[in-house]
Design a protein around this ligand. Structure first.
Ligand SMILES: Nc1nc2c([nH]c(=O)n2[C@H]2C[C@H](O)[C@@H](COP(=O)(O)OP(=O)(O)OP(=O)(O)O)O2)c(=O)[nH]1
Length: 159
């Protein structure tokens, strides 16, 4: 089966011992807590999409960011592979505000609501929270079962 890749972004906002998550009100991942992001649009770089989606969904304006991971998601019997570029937002302006899509809330990093998040988050968040850069792959069957995964640290990630 020929595969197609979809590029997506995910912005992680961490301030010391707290992390900002958004509760997704609609669309893909509805009812789950997640970082902020979405699809890269035509004519846009991945960085530009990360900044746009963060502002649309949380009201925050990214001023400095660092790529920390590339996550690949494959779904059994689905030719579409999701390639999610994860950025740590090192500096931002503004205050979190509720948007059409997300309700933002701060959580202590030792009390992340994994039971209401994507299953894979339980696997890669600890790497992210340690400050590692990594690539990870997940094969899902439906949305609630991971059949296979791998995670490997990397020195550098392409912009
Ligand atoms: N933590 C985590 N995030 C994921 C997973 N899968 C996945 O797509 N995401 C992220 C990437 C994006 O930030 C977001 C999905 O973006 P989206 O489909 O809502 O994109 P969008 O905002 O452009 O959507 P829309 O306006 O077209 O509805 O969820 C996952 O398994 N775990």
């Amino acid at each position: 089966m020929a595969t197609t890749r979809k590029l997506l972004t995910l912005a992680m906002v961490r301030q010391g011992e707290n992390i900002l998550l958004g509760f997704k009100k609609k669309g893909f991942g509805q009812g789950k807590w997640n970082g902020f992001g979405g699809k890269v649009e035509m004519g846009e770089t991945i960085c530009q999409a990360t900044i746009r989606e963060l502002e649309e969904e949380s009201g925050l304006i990214a001023k400095a960011m660092d790529k920390v991971a590339i996550l690949e998601f494959e779904f059994l019997n689905d030719p579409v592979i999701l390639e999610v570029h994860v950025y740590d937002i090192v500096k931002y302006e503004g205050e979190p505000i509720e948007s059409d899509e997300m309700v933002p809330q701060w959580f202590p990093v030792n009390d992340i609501p994994y039971e209401k998040m994507w299953l894979d988050d339980l696997i890669w968040y600890p790497e992210y929270l340690k400050g590692s850069k990594f690539k990870a792959y997940f094969l899902y069957e439906g949305f609630d079962k991971i059949l296979k995964h791998s995670i490997s640290p990397v020195q550098e990630l392409p912009l």
